[in-house]
Design a protein around this ligand. Structure first.
Ligand SMILES: CC(C)(COP(=O)(O)OP(=O)(O)OC[C@H]1O[C@@H](n2cnc3c(N)ncnc32)[C@H](O)[C@@H]1OP(=O)(O)O)[C@@H](O)C(=O)NCCC(=O)NCCS
Length: 335
């Protein structure tokens, strides 16, 4: 790591990481038995070969609890050390109470406040930013930021344009006060004029549940893939350039770039425009698909396990998703 202007965001670091994925693997070949698709189409257009699917008795909070327990154990922390639980998700257990409230109760974080954060697939980056702000302001010391999704329940399994892209999983980090400040800079963005390109239209106050909304499959994810594709490749590049410039860091200084895992073509196009070499870029969507808010922490865990991300490395993370939202974060990896 070289040339970083330290302390853009003062006093916060990622102090622990834990992840959980369901055991059930759903391959492209298996999908093609019930859907007019093929492994060849899915793999060549998206890079995805398989994804995990939660058990029928598992909701997002159950996946989040597993990831949170693993993060606490990895960080040598007890549940009562946690001041705040933030769950970033687009597939909460229910509208209310917050999934974070359920998670805090299940892990025994009885001292902690809890809330959900909805920023599409960018939720994990938004959660990191919120936690960093709380910690840097001296309001809280230890914050659990969890990205957890059971997207398999929000997909129309008859719609080949969406259901092949997503999977279930969870990842958790603890953001902790630190003397040095491992997190350098953030960029968060939003363009609500693109809201209709990626949404789950019914069930809210705009379109409450009726027999008709169910018949029209409006309780499932709807997406205009080509619009999201164009948006994603543009905003990743702009957002990453901004956080790098803010911290006076160049692409060459970045040891690992972890983008949201939606489509390998989006990742490769953005990485190329930014000027990254392929060995600087991490992806694992071939075996998890797009797990929305869980995708970045799932990558971090795998990168650490594989020796691709080490203490002292400069890490750039970038996300995008429904909203339309985007965000990126530059940090020194400190685990
Ligand atoms: C969804 C996505 C993979 C589609 O790829 P694409 O190359 O743009 O494909 P198109 O949408 O142009 O569809 C091309 C054809 O493939 C078909 N097709 C779509 N999904 C298919 C599937 N799973 N299997 C086989 N054919 C499929 C379409 O019906 C279309 O056929 P038609 O021309 O006869 O109508 C791509 O647009 C994408 O990744 N977008 C971003 C999505 C995303 O990241 N969402 C999450 C954001 S967090």
């Amino acid at each position: 790591m070289i040339g970083l202007r330290r302390g853009l965001v003062k006093g916060a670091r990622i102090a622990a990481l834990g992840v959980y994925v369901p055991e059930r693997v759903l391959t492209n070949d298996e999908l093609s038995r019930t859907l007019d698709t093929s492994d060849e189409w899915i793999a060549s257009r998206t890079g995805i070969r398989e994804r995990r699917i939660a058990r029928a008795d598992q909701a997002s909070s159950d996946l989040a609890v597993e990831a949170a327990r693993r993060a606490l154990a990895a960080g040598g922390l007890a549940a009562h050390d946690i001041d705040l639980v933030i769950v970033a998700t687009i597939t909460p257990d229910m509208f209310f109470p917050a999934t974070a409230s359920i998670v805090a109760d299940k892990i025994g974080a009885t001292r902690a406040g809890a809330f959900d954060l909805e920023a599409g697939c960018t939720g994990f980056i938004y959660g990191l930013a919120a936690a960093t702000a709380f910690v840097s302001a001296g309001i809280y010391h230890n914050i659990l930021v969890i990205g957890a999704e059971v997207l398999s329940r929000s997909l129309d399994w008859e719609d080949r344009r969406t259901c092949v892209l997503f999977g279930d999983g969870a990842g958790a980090v603890v953001v902790t006060a630190s003397d040095n400040g491992g997190i350098f800079s953030f960029d968060l963005g939003n363009d609500g004029s693109g809201a209709e390109h990626l949404s789950l239209p019914a069930g809210g106050s705009r379109l409450p549940a009726t027999h008709e909304t169910v018949d029209r499959h409006e309780h499932f994810m709807h997406m205009l893939g080509s619009e999201v594709y164009k948006f994603a490749t543009r905003v990743i590049v702009e957002s990453c350039e901004k956080v790098l410039a803010d911290a006076e860091v160049t692409v060459a200084d970045v040891d690992l770039f972890v983008p949201h895992q939606a489509n390998i073509r989006i990742i490769e196009a953005a990485a190329k425009r930014l000027g990254f070499k392929s060995d600087q870029v991490f992806h694992n969507l071939d075996h998890y698909g797009n797990t929305s808010c869980a995708s970045i922490p799932l990558c971090l865990a795998e990168a650490v396990a594989g020796g691709r991300l080490k203490k002292g490395d400069t890490l750039l993370m970038a996300g995008f998703g429904a909203g339309l939202t985007w965000g990126s974060c530059l940090t020194e990896w400190d685990l």
